[in-house]
Design a protein around this ligand. Structure first.
Ligand SMILES: O=C1O[C@H]([C@@H](O)CO)C(O)=C1O
Length: 556
């Protein structure tokens, strides 16, 4: 593979992503950041310069496993020190698997501020995908608030707690139209942002297709909060890839996509070529801020035989009901490993099981999320450096609980909502096979249970199964899918349900495992896995230039 060099300057910029002016984070003057395109086996060398004037930054390469380079994972306080204003940090790592990925900020709530972009890894020349296509598109989906990420962050860590609410706009490749994305308004309105000519910075990017040809549409979601559904009028979508892994192809009218996930779907332009069609992205899984009004982003599928300005005759696809979770589960359960490409099945057994109860809690009056009653707070010294230099006082060396009390009632608000904060880590031996059972529960007050997409750094995991209610040890594992379990890096837990994952601790490093909803992570919804860290070699000193590791761990 070759080495690809990039220079990334991270800065705040004034832009109009949804046709209204906002401050967003950008890279090299671009929002979203530039798309990185590489081939399997390449080494990416990204010199990231922090051009922010008052805060640190890091970038996480979402879905890249960072085999042998855990210090390049881009997680502040975990794999490295946040990069200070004016400083340049070199991320150097190998991309070893073809697929649709993305990158994003992983410090504070910088992803919510717009620090993200696409990362696409192609097969080496001469190698073929297990499916055919004539062209491709890339859609990076995100959500946007009209309050700044700083304002959101302060609200979340205030008493009384101030929730961020639902987004104001959805963006496709950083473009949306505030308040006119609801189909009826899009068609019949006088709002200027709904009357686009096409050259505006917020104008949707149109997908131009030739009749009869097949296109690969890469779709990834870096939303802060929203669970999304994507559909194109009259056209079937054939799902072929999920999180950089080939899946057994299946055709659907629409796909669900949770924050942290990526898919490739094939679309064949086999419909009436004298018409154009809507591509619609709508919010699911959370109650709309305005009852009955589904927040939507739209663009067009244009048959190049006609002008892109020809208005579609049929209305945009209707996003499935937000709380039709049976439908969501039916889609998610269709995703299984591709049978024709060699993908390792999960090891038939695990050495260890960790059950993680997800609850909304209170810590000293603050509203938090906790895992087995511990809400994650990150230490000042990055974990990787603490292990490297055997520092014992930088974080709590007592590992967090591996289960929760059996009498815990997941169907009701917690009897005692008080949790604690913590920064302990789950420690794994090299090649230990670990099962994680993610257990959902009722929210803090009232009746309800939310969706959480969990993302693992440093690995893909096998999704062994999804179930309803409380996981029943000794019984539910009999239903695990050990033959066609899909490999993924993000998996959702459904309301009041559990999700079972298996992974092999074969990548020495310190890895975050967390809810990919940005405010939830900020509120403590994550855990830290440390794997055979003594095997990690050659950590650049630049990664550890802060806290008690600032002087190569020699401090007095
Ligand atoms: O963490 C959250 O807080 C709010 C709500 O539960 C309290 O305002 C919400 O919808 C979340 O997902």
């Amino acid at each position: 593979g070759r080495v690809r060099h990039y220079k990334f300057d991270v800065e705040y910029m004034i832009r109009k992503p949804d046709c209204l002016e906002h401050v967003v984070m950008g890279i090299n003057g671009k929002f979203p950041g530039p798309t990185i395109r590489a081939q399997v086996g390449d080494t990416l060398d990204i010199a990231l310069t922090n051009k922010l004037s008052t805060e640190g930054t890091v970038i996480h390469w979402h879905g890249i496993r960072q085999v042998g380079t855990p210090w390049a994972d881009g997680t502040a306080a975990i794999s490295q020190c946040a990069i200070n204003p004016g400083e340049t940090f070199h991320y150097r790592f190998k991309v070893d698997k073809a697929g649709t990925y993305f990158y994003h900020g992983h410090y504070g709530m910088q992803r919510a501020a717009g620090l993200y972009g696409s990362l696409i890894v192609d097969l080496p020349k001469g190698q073929k995908e297990p499916f055919h296509y004539d062209g491709q598109f890339n859609l990076l989906l995100s959500d946007l608030w009209h309050t700044s990420s700083h304002e959101q962050e302060v609200g979340l860590s205030s008493i009384p707690f101030r929730w961020i609410g639902e987004p104001q706009s959805l963006l496709i490749n950083g473009r949306g139209q505030f308040n006119c994305s609801i189909a009826a308004k899009f068609i019949n309105t006088s709002l200027p942002q709904c009357q686009l000519k096409g050259g505006e910075e917020c104008a949707p990017q149109i997908l131009h297709v030739e009749p009869k040809k097949t296109y690969r549409i890469r779709i990834s979601s870096t939303t802060s909060l929203a669970s999304l559904n994507l559909a194109i009028s009259n056209h079937k979508l054939r799902v072929v890839e999920a999180d950089g892994n080939y899946v057994e192809p299946f055709s659907v009218d629409d796909i669900d996509i949770y924050s942290g996930e990526s898919y490739s779907v094939l679309l064949t332009a086999d419909q009436d070529p004298t018409k154009n069609y809507w591509l619609s992205v709508g919010v699911r899984a959370r109650k709309p801020a305005i009852p009955g009004q589904v927040l939507t982003a739209l663009t067009l599928l244009n048959y190049q035989t006609i002008s892109a300005s020809v208005f579609p005759v049929s209305p945009p696809p209707v996003t499935p009901r937000w709380d039709d979770f049976d439908r969501s589960k039916a889609f998610t359960k269709k995703i299984i490993a591709n049978i024709r490409t060699p993908q390792p099945p999960p090891p038939p057994y695990s050495h260890r099981r960790i059950v993680l109860l997800n609850t909304q809690n209170r810590v000293e009056g603050f509203t938090k999320w906790a895992i087995n009653n511990v809400s994650l707070t990150l230490p000042a010294t990055p974990y990787l450096g603490s292990f490297e230099f055997k520092l014992n006082n930088t974080f709590d060396r007592k590992p967090p609980p591996e289960n929760f009390p059996s009498e815990y009632d997941i169907f009701n608000p917690p009897v005692n909502a008080n949790a604690t904060t913590g920064n302990g880590v789950y420690v794994f031996q090299l090649n230990e096979v670990v099962d994680v059972i993610l257990q959902n529960a009722n929210q803090l007050t009232g009746k309800g249970s939310e969706i959480h997409p969990w993302h693992l750094h440093g690995h893909d995991f096998w999704v062994l199964g999804y179930g309803e209610g409380k996981f029943k040890a000794g019984e539910d594992e009999k239903k695990f899918n050990l033959t066609h379990a899909p490999l993924r890096n993000t998996a959702v837990i459904f309301p009041y349900g559990w999700t079972a994952l298996r992974f092999k601790a074969d990548n020495p490093g310190v890895w975050a495992f967390h809810c990919h909803i940005e405010p939830h992570l900020h509120m403590g919804m994550g855990v830290i896995f440390a794997e055979a860290v003594h095997k990690v070699k050659n950590i650049p000193s630049q990664a550890l230039a802060c806290g008690l590791t600032a002087n190569n761990g020699r401090h007095n």
